[in-house]
Design a protein. Structure first.
Length: 399
């Protein structure tokens, strides 16, 4: 079967998310306090350092279609799922888009499309399913919904777009009604949602993703026009009211500054490898496990930052795979792992970070990444690594 691409969805999600973060940062920088009381309470306000000192973070981006949400089922399907790797030191961003029809096993619910995980348990369950699927544990999530997109378009006065053809579609359950005529026109928020969500084309999602790319470029252009600048406070308020994240406001500000430094065209984006397949009348994306393993290791686990200490990881817990899990977490933050093996015993109750050649500040960072409380200095210029990490029974990755 032919492989298909979700690059349009990925690009749209990433650009919208970067805009959301920049909007939040602008508010913080200029101190527009009179708007703060209306902002989403899900954005935590705490005083810890941005991203707990991490140089690399993994962010799960979720685009929620919450039009079918009810009081009994507060979460909607995830229309977009993207796992991104953000490298602050090297100014690099890579991302993998996970097709919403990906067939997965959701603990407690059985086999289903991955977009249903958000309905069952919101962002946290989605994070768990993504980790099980990719082997990468997201550090944070950002969730947006269709209202935020729609309101933003309305606030800036609509977006001019050349509609390629007549588009007509009605979905009463999903509250989606599309009735667009061919030709250049200014789309309001409701019509814009119809334009980017219309999928009844000969090529289905592929054509839809092309439209999404086209529209987001037009939206970005409109946002920077002089006439849109006075509307910034209302735009920020709308955006912040329609995101949910476990990042702190300081995290968002840090990420916004980073976003201003990167070139979006250089972001490496791809799709989780697999093939489409019909199963019992349903359309699913079947993941190619071997290709996914190689892709995830290339994008998330093989980056090394020059100057960081080299680390050996030892299993002192006796828990199968514990040292490997810790090593991968360190690799994701740019550390080179010299070896993974067993410690002198499996009786370590607590994990340890032991410094042989490195500076103390690096021990602090390593300890934060692994949530280790014991740090030691044992100078040894002949050691095989700059730092030894012993994983004890207090870190149970496989539970």
């Amino acid at each position: 079967m032919n492989r298909i691409s979700n690059k349009g969805i990925t690009k749209r999600s990433l650009i919208i998310t970067i805009f959301i973060i920049i909007a939040a940062a602008v508010l913080a920088i200029f101190g527009i306090n009179k708007y703060c009381s209306n902002f989403s309470t899900s954005v935590k306000q705490i005083t810890s350092p941005p991203f707990e000192g991490r140089d690399v973070i993994k962010v799960l981006i979720i685009g929620e279609d919450n039009t079918g949400g009810t009081e009994q089922k507060p979460y909607g399907l995830s229309d977009t799922i993207m796992l991104s790797n953000i490298d602050f030191t090297n100014l690099k961003v890579s991302a993998v888009s996970i097709p919403r029809d990906t067939l997965v096993n959701i603990v407690g619910y059985g086999e289903s499309k991955i977009n249903a995980s958000h309905v069952f348990g919101g962002p946290k369950l989605t994070e768990e399913v993504v980790e099980e699927l990719t082997g990468v544990r997201p550090d944070y999530y950002i969730k947006t919904n269709v209202e935020g997109f729609r309101d933003t378009v309305d606030i800036i006065g609509g977006v001019e777009i050349d509609v390629e053809k007549n588009m007509k579609y009605d979905d009463n359950w999903g509250k989606l009604h599309i009735n667009l005529k061919k030709g250049r026109q200014v789309l309001n928020g409701e019509d814009a949602m119809g334009y980017v969500r219309f999928r009844h084309d000969k090529l289905g999602d592929i054509t839809r993703m092309e439209r999404q790319q086209k529209f987001i470029k037009a939206l970005a252009k409109k946002m920077v026009e002089p006439a849109s600048i006075p509307k910034l406070p209302w735009t920020i308020k709308s955006v912040m009211n329609n995101i949910d994240t476990d990042m702190t406001s300081k995290d968002l500000l840090c990420l916004a500054k980073f976003a201003g430094k990167i070139n979006v065209d250089e972001i490496e984006m791809t799709t989780l490898p697999g093939v489409p397949r019909n199963i019992n009348g349903g359309s699913y994306w079947i993941v190619d496990e071997d290709e996914t393993y190689n892709l995830i290791r290339r994008l998330f686990l093989t980056r090394t930052i020059a100057g960081l200490p080299k680390i050996e990881v030892l299993n002192g817990s006796g828990i199968a795979g514990a040292a490997q899990e810790a090593a991968e977490a360190l690799q994701q933050s740019g550390y080179e792992i010299t070896s993974i093996s067993n410690a002198d015993s499996f009786n370590y109750a607590s994990s340890e970070v032991i410094n042989h050649k490195s500076e103390t500040k690096e021990l602090d960072k390593i300890a934060v990444i692994l949530n280790v409380g014991i740090m030691k200095d044992e100078p040894n210029p002949d050691a095989n690594a700059d730092v030894t990490v012993i994983i004890g029974k207090d870190i149970c990755y496989n539970e």
